[in-house]
Design a binder for this molecule. Structure first.
Ligand code: NA7
Length: 551
């Protein structure tokens, strides 16, 4: 425990409590400690890494290239760490997270296997009382929620799930021990990114794999490959340019060419050859072929049709190919998936695709699954059914703000924040990559670093100016929420029933949660807000008798 104090009641006392030791929590700790704040991080897992600690399913990889999905705050770190592949597999990302924790001596200030259950703001004292799963109450001036956007795995509401007698695995909460599907009939439910990544790997091992698909998804080949020392070196040399571009120019925090024209500005042959080029190159930047794919349905249709054509070329059985061709949403309005041999896997003899849109799952049986039209015998079940994204992990904590209002009450109609960083009525509570910020629409590490730096600078400002309380102004928040909404509705994104919209969780309000204005635009807004003395936030000085003890 570094530089903490103990209150008169015997409670540990810190300047800042950080919830979560994923990439956000680790960097937050590092920055705040360097500024001389006392910080304690609580992490429910047994180690660092957040989403990469939990998502250990077969084939799990990041969809952003490894040289870019990495911290930029330390040049020594980015020059010395050797990524082995174009897209890092989960074990390597976890190894990297552990390396960072060791290299910067972070573990000493992280308490593992400890959930934060409750945080209540004390208006008389301007402090937060944080209650943890080990029964302690901790006093802190500030709380930073680094709880992650895709960390609250969602079990599907399917009748009879608990009656299944074989093993049931959720991709977002995969066992730490090896799982062996050899000789087993495996059923996999869910065809989002996790289902699409794990299907080819499970198919290699299982006796038979049955994939239950409700909604087909767009997926682009990863074209993953080993990185050579020369490729790594070339990338390292251009890091200053790459990082600058990712922060300020790329909409999604990823270094790539920016398109200068729309899809319909090119003739059909030219367009096809550009899509083909990106398909061959692989990866998320497929959507950057043209500058209007997210805005114009006719433009988007050209890209969607190209991908549907590719699926038809790859999948031998025309019936399966038709089912795998996404038609329910414009391409890119659900996060595009990046795969290795996903569609080709349906050409294997031991893989069956079942359409549960036309014939829904009725119940899980002790040894299988019954849809409206057939019964499938299964030995093991894999649930790739996603997350209560962006707000799920925050909602699990009972957070009480001013006037006894809980955050869950305030957000019952959908999350409201100012800049995705704070929410009115909850002073001194910060959220990293929260709803209302670019977050999940971007290379997460770019967005995490931006938020962490902003929050660290902000706390430094409060300290040097004797300020005790900071909170979002309600009218600034209302304006921001309206802006986030307006920008989203200028795009095709709200046309998809995506987890961006909260549409995957029954009963969750349908609101487009992330800010789609682009990371560069957003960064400029946040920078300007800070430069104008934190415009839109209310900053209050410490009462005189407390001034000396503010931090
Ligand atoms: P996603 O993208 O939310 O995918 C979940 C999948 O599970 C999706 O195909 C869902 O179908 C399906 N699903 C969810 N509930 C059910 C039930 N009850 N019955 C049948 N099918 C169901 O989660 P992922 O983990 O794959 O990926 C999340 C993000 O992680 C991803 O975007 C990357 O950024 C990394 P639906 O589409 O709702 O019909």
């Amino acid at each position: 425990m570094s530089a903490s104090e103990t209150s008169k009641q015997g409670h540990e006392r810190y300047d800042v409590v950080v919830v979560g030791a994923g990439f956000a929590g680790m960097y937050m700790l590092h920055r705040l400690r360097d500024l001389g704040f006392s910080v304690r991080v609580y992490e429910q897992g047994g180690g660092v890494g957040g989403t990469w600690y939990w998502n250990r399913y077969p084939g799990a990889r990041c969809d952003v290239e490894s040289m870019q999905y990495s911290y930029s705050f330390s040049d020594d770190l980015q020059q010395e760490w050797d990524w082995s592949e174009r897209y890092a597999p989960q074990p390597e990302i976890l190894k990297y997270a552990n390396h960072v924790a060791d290299r910067f001596g972070l573990r000493v200030d992280i308490q593992f296997n400890t959930r934060v259950d409750r945080a209540a703001f004390d208006e008389a004292e301007n402090i937060w009382r944080v209650t943890t799963s080990d029964g302690k109450t901790i006093i802190t001036r500030f709380v930073v929620l680094a709880t992650g956007c895709l960390s609250n795995a969602r079990m599907p509401d399917i009748n009879g799930l608990e009656s299944f007698e074989g093993p049931v695995y959720h991709t977002g909460n995969w066992p730490h021990e090896p799982v062996d599907f050899t000789g087993l009939r495996v059923g996999l439910i869910g065809t989002g990114s996790s289902g699409i990544q794990s299907t080819p790997v499970i198919a290699e091992q299982a006796k038979h794999l049955t994939v239950f698909q409700r909604t087909a998804n767009f997926s682009i080949p990863a074209r993953n490959a080993k990185l050579t020392p020369e490729e790594r070196q070339a990338f390292r040399e251009k890091y200053p340019e790459v990082r600058h571009f990712a922060r300020w120019e790329a909409r999604n925090g990823i270094y790539t060419e920016l398109p200068d024209r729309g899809a319909l500005d090119d003739g059909a042959n030219e367009r096809r050859s550009k899509y083909e080029g990106r398909w061959q190159r692989g990866g998320l930047t497929f959507m950057s072929v043209y500058n209007d794919l997210a805005m114009s349905r006719p433009a988007n249709d050209t890209a969607a049709e190209f991908v549907r054509g590719k699926i038809a070329e790859i999948v031998a059985d025309p019936k399966a190919a038709a089912l795998l061709q996404p038609r329910s949403h414009p391409i890119g309005t659900k996060r595009i998936c990046i795969d290795t041999d996903y569609f080709a896997t349906f050409n294997r003899d031991n893989v069956t695709l079942v359409d549960i849109k036309s014939s829904p799952i009725e119940e899980i049986l002790p040894h299988g699954l019954r849809t409206a039209t057939a019964t499938y015998e299964l030995d093991a079940l894999v649930l790739a059914t996603g997350f209560d994204a962006m707000t799920g992990s925050v909602a699990k904590i009972d957070i009480g703000g001013r006037n006894g209002v809980s955050l869950n009450q305030k957000w019952s109609e959908g999350p409201k924040t100012y800049l995705g960083l704070m929410t009115a009525g909850f002073p001194n509570l910060f959220i990293i990559t929260g709803p209302g910020s670019p977050s999940v629409l971007s290379n997460m590490i770019v967005s995490i670093e931006q938020h962490v730096d902003w929050i660290a600078d902000c706390l430094g400002h409060l300290r040097s100016n004797g300020l005790e309380v900071m909170e979002a102004d309600t009218s600034a928040e209302e304006k921001w929420v309206a802006h986030v909404n307006e920008v989203a509705h200028g795009t095709l994104y709200p046309q998809a029933n995506s987890w961006y919209m909260g549409a995957n969780v029954p009963g969750k309000p349908r609101i487009f949660m992330p800010y789609i204005g682009g990371v560069g635009v957003y960064r400029q807004i946040c920078t300007d807000v800070a430069a104008k003395g934190y415009e839109g936030f209310v900053l209050t000085a410490a009462e005189q008798e407390r001034a000396a003890a503010v931090f």
